[in-house]
Design a protein around this ligand. Sequence first.
Ligand code: CMP
Length: 143
Amino acid sequence: MERTFLMVKPDGVQRNLIGEIVARFEKKGFQLVGGKLMLITRELAEQHYGEHKERPFFGELVDFITSGPVFAMVWEGENVIATARLMMGATNPKESAPGTIRGDYAVTVGKNIIHGSDSPESAVREIGLFFKEEELVSYTKLI
Ligand code: CMP
């Protein structure tokens, strides 16, 4: 079954949106197979956002993602990578449609509430950065 990495960013945690965000993915029909509230080190942030290293906003991005607790999650389900991206809405909240997470809760591109893997390769890489395999559960066979 396909898996993706999703993370409620420090702005979402601070605004008490963890429950709302988790509920959206649960109601959609995906399953939470891993989750933890954590502080990201600068080292992990730089690894996670490595592809943006040359961008002018890289420093700001690392400062922000390490500024407070995040809620890191692994979700499982059919087409979960692409569907979660649709549910999150466009990266820039100026372009994200109402009804999407960013469309409903975010205003600026820096503080855009949630991160989600953009491809199967990113999902594997990001899940591996944040979780050990033994921290993930498998219960899809039970229901
Ligand atoms: P995310 O999906 O976590 O992946 C990279 C992040 O970089 C993106 O969400 C945005 O929050 C952030 N980002 C993109 N463009 C800018 C920008 N111009 N200024 C600040 N942050 C940005």
